[in-house]
Design a protein around this ligand. Sequence first.
Ligand code: SDX
Length: 426
Amino acid sequence: MADKKAQLIIEGNAPVELPVLTGTMGPDVIDVRSLTATGRFTFDPGFMSTASCESKITYIDGDKGILLHRGYPIEQLAEQSDYLETCYLLLNGELPSKEEKAKFVGTIKNHTMVHEQLKSFFNGFRRDAHPMAIMCGVVGALSAFYHDSLDINNPQHREVSAMRLVAKMPTIAAMTYKYSMGQPMMYPRNDLNYAENFLHMMFNTPCEIKPISPVLAKAMDKIFILHADHEQNASTSTVRLAGSSGANPFACIAAGIAALWGPAHGGANEAVLSMLDEIGSVENIDKFIAKAKDKNDPFKLMGFGHRVYKNFDPRAKVMKQTCDEVLAELGINDPQLELAMKLDEIARNDPYFKERNLYPNVDFYSGIILKAIGIPTSMFTVIFALARTVGWISHWKEMLSSPYKIGRPRQLYTGYEQRDLPSGRD
Ligand code: SDX
């Protein structure tokens, strides 16, 4: 990184020199670590202009709508790779050789079952519990089962935990769905690939084992790829922060699941379908666009806008294309897709959205494909969490693989100055 400098001049004080660091791509960053010597902090609620770490995993160019995983464009990975190969790439930094991939796929297959006792955790939940509530609880509980791989300073333990999490998330996700349906949970099968296995555990029953549609399995795998990682988003930053205290990997991923659940983040895919239901028909679109623009109305156009992308989210483009393919293959004419496309067209031509660079994001079309695959709306964010686990654990591994400090932001305090308790209180 070049030795460029920035100067900070605070009235009445000598200029403070701060290093400017340059990455391989993207904006330079001003290294403010030495700022505490001036007795001052930076102030940046929401981290709008703060880089929290250095990373080599994913690069996003929000203006150009670029998303790279270890340098490879998301469009190429979605078209030419598969989810487990993308997992290997995110976790290890390079694409696997044929042998490496076969070994990796084999290792994942051999970790897809969960401990039989894990099932008893489900019985404490109501059948109509939101599946994300169950995911938070059950994934966090994994730390009670794998005492053999909780030493975060042991690279072998980190590796085993990463494999266990990537392998078990589909099983646990399908278990939450079966629990909500009152159906028996299905065991994973080693003769199916990752996406087929998930659909098998979701939709097959002990009474009838139907073959998995290759079209749906391919679409599912592509959705997993498109959700795998996305730089320092809210849930990934949560996982890094939890990991920086030395918490075990399962607790860190449970924290990531909790953060993802919010409708401003991963919960948006479920919220898009509810919003389309609420809009109901093309005639109502203008009314809802007006609501989205009204500062006094909390309504936002779900699936639109992004902290980083000020252009089209490249994942949304691939998602839209996949949507067309899956619906055509299945012969589904989904009125919600027509409504979504009309909403997309109207919003993108409206000055309010254009001035603010608000485009459809990854969540706008994903729900329509998931619905076509047969996934219930309440499971949409669970699918997001399943797919994003590899991104979370890749960042967790990257942070722990080199020197790090516990994350501990400071604040601008605007509360009371010191005062004494009133005397004579009874
Ligand atoms: C994900 O960070 C990631 O990478 C996340 C993610 C990932 O893969 O991990 O990409 C996944 O979370 C995608 C985003 C899903 N969320 C939604 O679709 C919910 C709807 N979108 C908004 O809540 C919002 O766009 C955010 C949260 C996504 C981004 O919010 P920011 O960056 O804080 O931007 P902002 O709220 O300050 O908005 C800027 C302006 C505001 O208006 P003004 O105050 O300037 O007048 O744009 C407006 C906002 O009111 N605005 C919207 C809007 N999104 C922003 N107005 C109406 N509808 C919207 N959707």
